[in-house]
Design a protein around this ligand. Structure first.
Ligand code: ZN
Ligand code: ZN
Length: 444
């Protein structure tokens, strides 16, 4: 699962509540068989599923939203749907990537350990007061790739530390939250480098609309059906009570022990505030918490990882006793090394997720350079923080209890892809026997 970003989205934010006084006209909803949906129709439907299927926004709830400047048209649509759903206040923090670059080019050396803690404390206060949280993803995945990796890493660490109290409320699902995507020129050019910018943006929007199911006759109903399928898959895996998963494929022979009392999740969930939300749109994964000390073997990434502005390609990592003891990458190795040096937990796994190779996002054949999409195209693992909700009774357990059951703790949570049409996955039972879970990337 992708988390609402503290770093990429809000760092360098030109923050301020959205005036929200621009009025837009909602197009009449189109019925099947009617004229094809216009771009404006689809954008509006995306906002609609974001508010209703993704966020599950309640009447009387406040909403805190983050986005980049380029996402303003989608921000306004979401704002309108939120108010129509009864939101009492929508507060949007818009960030500007150009301003972020100016910081790296001209900011004082001493400033790279700074983060707007006051802003994150305010976000945490909003969540504690019952606000919902929506993040719009779509920044330039390579924004910081040419900047000094040491400054990038210091800035990220400062942000992660300052954002932690707010992020904990997200990882514990204290509130309803979701992430949706918005095509931006810079992102689109990384997905379609050979196309002219306008065409690249159109193609990326089409892919986002398809993956977000807004091109279906009834998108809200389509999400409900998809959500039920993911729940059924998670229930089948929960019934198995596997002790470990064994991944085999080119460059990969990895045994991932699962935490004691692990829980497979997929699709939507009930937040502690009583709202039902689907935290990632799109989502195709079922996922759980590995045991932080029981991961062994070699694993190779099957897609590049966009990590806070840098592309890391062909990651090859060896685990021993749960810990990364060797890490290489064909590109971005320095950033990878700094990432796993963030803290003690950054070398251990906090998530393992299964996604069939036939997922619609994998079937698109696109590499999105965005975790929100690419993690839903392939089986993946995440270094760093575990989700308490992926342990039975985890949301009410103490940190010491969670750690004793194998849940990892870290400032980071970085998903990267290890699945493909050439990967086999076995479930290892408590008695040590192996059962096929996936063959050639598909459910067995
Ligand atoms: Zn995941
Ligand atoms: Zn994840």
């Amino acid at each position: 699962m992708a988390l609402t970003a503290g770093a990429a989205v809000v760092a360098g934010a030109s923050a301020g509540p959205d005036n929200g006084d621009m009025s837009t006209v909602i197009p009449a909803s189109k019925k099947p068989g009617a004229a094809p949906l216009s771009f404006e129709d689809k954008l509006d439907r995306l906002a609609q599923v974001a508010v209703h299927s993704g966020l599950g926004l309640a009447s009387g709830q406040q909403l805190v939203m983050t986005a980049t400047l380029e996402a303003a048209p989608l921000v306004r649509r979401i704002t309108e749907h939120a108010y129509r759903a009864g939101a009492t206040l929508v507060t949007t923090l818009l960030s500007d990537e150009e301003a972020t670059l100016l910081r790296f080019r001209h900011g004082a050396e001493a400033g790279f350990d700074a983060a707007p803690g006051w802003l994150y404390d305010g976000m945490a206060a909003a969540y504690r007061g019952g606000a919902a949280r929506l993040a719009i993803a779509g920044g330039n995945p390579a924004l910081l790739s040419k900047e000094d990796p040491e400054k990038v890493s210091r800035a990220n660490r400062a942000t992660s530390t300052a954002y932690r109290p707010a992020l904990e409320l997200i990882t514990k699902h204290a509130i309803n939250w979701t992430i949706v995507a918005c095509a931006t020129p810079a992102w689109a050019k990384t997905v379609f480098p050979d196309l002219p910018e306008a065409e690249a943006v159109t193609r990326l929007w089409d892919a986002i609309f398809a993956a977000s199911r807004v091109d279906r006759a009834d998108p809200v109903a389509a999400w409900k059906e998809h959500d039920e399928k993911l729940h059924a898959r998670a229930a089948r895996l929960n019934a198995k009570r596997y002790a470990a998963l064994h991944f085999r494929g080119p460059g990969t022979d990895l045994r991932v022990g699962l935490s004691d009392g692990h829980l497979w999740l997929g699709g939507g969930m009930n937040a502690a505030n009583g709202r039902y939300c689907i935290p990632n749109m799109p989502t195709e994964e079922v996922f759980t918490t590995p045991h932080k000390n029981r991961v062994d073997g070699q694993v190779t990434s099957t897609k590049p990882l966009s990590y806070q502005g840098t592309m890391i390609e062909k990651i090859a990592v060896r685990f021993e006793g749960g810990q990364v003891v060797e890490a290489h990458a064909a590109q971005g190795e320095e950033v990878l090394q700094r990432m796993i040096d963030t803290d003690a937990g950054a070398r251990r796994l906090g998530e393992v997720a299964l996604v069939p190779h036939s997922s619609p996002i994998a079937a698109s054949g696109l590499l999105f350079n965005s975790t929100l999409f690419d993690e839903n195209a392939a089986c993946h693992i995440a270094l760093g923080q575990a989700y308490n909700s992926c342990l039975q009774g985890g949301d009410h357990a103490t940190p010491a209890e969670l750690a004793a059951r194998g849940a990892n703790e870290s400032l980071i949570h970085v998903d990267w892809m290890i699945g493909s049409g050439r990967i086999d996955v076995d479930g290892i039972t408590a008695s040590g026997s192996a059962e096929p879970v996936m063959r050639q990337g598909e459910w067995a």
